[in-house]
Write a protein that binds this ligand. Structure first.
Ligand code: SF4
Length: 181
């Protein structure tokens, strides 16, 4: 006989299995790395064979892909997009700029570390990462989803005050609504 806790675990396993094979991606082309997305999605590398495809709006997307450096002005839009997405949702930081600022590390108007402002589930390093690296990053995300470890969205909810403090420290004219918190 299947215990209640086992049936919950099986249910979660099946849900995660479905989630990881159906990733609708909103690619926010913030930096030069965005140029690697078309070859990743089209016939040569064919990301759709892994269940990865584009989404038209934040409300239909599972994954937010940030493709490089982020100006402080753009960060506000990215936060707004992220908060409009439905849970569970995932973020991939693409390129060295999302990790430590990359070649813009001391720029006056870009951020250095994306995960201070929104939670990042997977980083793909490189400047710029090739399509093979992008696919490998998605496969890593799929592993985390299956194992229940892609829980940045939960971390965001639980630590919203800390994220808001970081966000408002850098975005002076905040004035925008809170979505889905
Ligand atoms: S990591 Fe390199 S390729 Fe990517 S946005 Fe930064 S400078 Fe451009």
């Amino acid at each position: 006989m299947i215990e209640k806790k086992d049936s919950l675990a099986i249910g979660e396993y099946i849900k995660n299995f479905a989630r990881k094979h159906s990733l609708f991606v909103l690619a926010y082309g913030t930096g030069c790395g965005a140029i690697e997305i078309p070859p990743t999605m089209t016939s040569r590398y064919d990301a759709e064979r892994f269940g990865i495809r584009g989404a038209a709006t934040p409300r239909q997307a599972d994954v937010l892909l940030i493709t490089g450096y982020l100006a402080t002005k753009t960060l506000k839009r990215v936060i707004r997009v992220y908060e409009q997405m439905q849970d569970p949702k995932y973020v991939i930081g693409f390129g060295s700029c999302t990790i430590n600022g990359g070649m813009y590390w001391d720029s006056y108007n870009t951020i250095n570390s994306l995960d201070k402002y929104i939670p990042v589930d997977v980083f793909i390093n490189g400047c710029m990462p090739r399509p093979e690296a992008v696919i490998s990053g998605f496969v890593k995300l799929q592993e985390y989803i299956q194992e229940g470890k892609a829980d940045g969205w939960r971390k965001y909810q639980n630590n919203i005050e800390e994220y808001r403090e970081n966000q408002k420290r850098i975005i002076k004219n905040w004035r925008m609504p809170d979505y889905n918190l």
